[in-house]
Design a protein around this ligand. Sequence first.
Ligand code: HEC
Length: 106
Amino acid sequence: MHRWASTSLISLLAAAALAAGPDAHRQAELRHLLEQDCGSCHGLTLRGGLGPALLPENLAGKPDAFLVQTILDGRPGTAMPPWRPLISETDAGWLVQRLLNGEAVR
Ligand code: HEC
């Protein structure tokens, strides 16, 4: 009984951690990556360069899953590279939320 209770507590905590997205340390790394690496194509302020602007109005109406997949797998035939080796699906989901709600823009 006790063992069962602590196991389910652990899975509850794990689920909460997943729902919350990357931890604070990883969020800082991702913010840096977005500025330095993504910014090299999309512009330091994400207003576009070699790659298109990533402002909320540019992304509006595009499904989250499509944008997450673009980040993870890139767009074949374009300069958009795949980031799967460096960015998890949770990370990509968090980045897309920030891009869509404008928090990524400085
Ligand atoms: C080497 C240049 C380059 C880098 C670096 C780059 N991108 Fe891109 N990205 C592009 C290009 C070019 C496109 C447009 C692809 C197309 O024509 O569909 C694009 C498209 C996108 C899109 C889809 C935009 C839309 O309106 O559909 C997202 C989201 C995106 N990039 C996010 C990122 C993120 C996040 C990073 C960093 C982890 C990143 N990109 C790094 C070149 C780049």
